[in-house]
Design a protein around this ligand. Structure first.
Ligand SMILES: Cc1ncc(CN)c(N)n1
Length: 236
C-alpha cells in the first residue's frame, strides 16, 4: 500500500474550482516550491540550523506583513461569512503560527523584540510588498489569489511530510514545524481558504479574468521558492 500523501489524490477539494486550477496550471513552479531542497532538509532533519534560523526570522517578519494583507481581506469581504473566514485566518497566524516562530527563536536566545528589529531581506520585501500591493489595488479575488500559495503550499508540504513514513520524527529539530503545518488546525484553515477562494472566484468572474489571476498566483509561487533560497543563504 502506498503510504505517502499526495495532494492530487488525497485532497479532492483541489480537483475542481479555481484553487485547483491555478495550482495545476502553475505546476512546474509549484513543484519547485513544494519539493525544494530546503523542505527535504526539514523532513530528514539535515537542514543546517543557521539556514532554519535565517528563514524563521525572515518568516516572522513576512507573517506580520501577510497578516496585514489578510486583515484587508476582512475589509474587502462583502458577506459576514467571508469576514469570519478572513478573521479566522488573521487570528490563526497571530495566535498559532507566530508563537511557533517565537518559541524556536527563544531557544536560540532571540526574543520577540529582536525579531521585530531584524532587517528585512530583499526576498521578504519583494514577496510581502507584492501581496500588499494586490491587497491595496486589487479586489478581494486578486487578494485571495495572491494569498493562496502561502496557505495551500504550506498546507500541502505539512500534510505530505506529516504523513510520510520517511520523515524523521525522533530527534528531528524541525518536527514541531512539520507538526504545525501538517496538523488539523492548519489543515482546517487551508481547506476553509480553498473553499473561500473557489466561492469568491465564482462570484467575481474568475473565468473571464483568468490570465491575470494565473499571473498573480504564479508570481507568488515563484516568490515562495525564492524565500527558501534566501533562507539557505543562496538568495541575493
Ligand atoms: C513564506 C511563507 N509562506 C507560507 C507560510 C505559511 N503561512 C509561511 N509561514 N511563510
Amino acid at each position: 500500500m502506498d503510504m505517502t500523501w499526495d495532494a492530487q489524490r488525497d485532497w479532492p477539494l483541489l480537483e475542481s474550482g479555481l484553487a485547483g486550477r491555478l495550482r495545476r496550471d502553475c505546476m512546474e513552479e509549484w513543484e519547485r516550491f513544494i519539493h525544494h531542497p530546503f523542505v527535504r532538509g526539514l523532513a530528514d532533519g539535515t537542514l543546517p540550523e543557521n539556514a532554519f534560523r535565517n528563514f524563521l526570522i525572515q518568516d516572522y517578519l513576512y507573517l506580520v506583513q501577510y497578516t496585514r494583507a489578510c486583515a484587508l481581506s476582512v475589509h474587502k469581504s462583502t458577506t459576514v461569512e467571508d469576514m469570519r473566514a478572513a478573521a479566522a485566518l488573521v487570528s490563526g497566524i497571530l495566535d498559532t503560527e507566530l508563537p511557533l516562530h517565537v518559541n524556536y527563536c527563544t531557544g536560540w536566545g532571540i526574543d520577540e523584540d529582536m525579531l521585530r528589529r531584524a532587517p528585512e531581506s530583499l526576498e521578504l520585501l519583494a514577496y510581502s510588498r507584492f501581496i500588499l500591493d494586490r491587497a491595496q489595488t486589487g479586489d478581494l479575488l486578486d487578494l485571495l489569489v495572491t494569498l493562496a500559495p502561502c496557505m495551500i503550499g504550506y498546507g500541502e508540504i505539512g500534510a505530505r511530510l506529516h504523513a510520510d513514513p520517511a520523515t524523521r520524527r525522533d530527534g528531528n529539530p524541525y518536527w514541531s514545524w512539520i507538526a504545525l503545518y501538517g496538523g488539523q488546525e492548519f489543515t482546517d484553515l487551508v481547506e476553509g481558504g480553498i473553499h473561500r477562494l473557489n466561492r469568491v472566484g465564482a462570484q467575481y468572474g474568475a473565468d473571464a479574468r483568468y490570465p491575470m489571476l494565473r499571473a498573480e498566483f504564479n508570481t507568488a509561487v515563484r516568490l515562495e521558492a525564492a524565500f527558501w533560497e534566501a533562507g539557505q543563504g543562496t538568495g541575493v
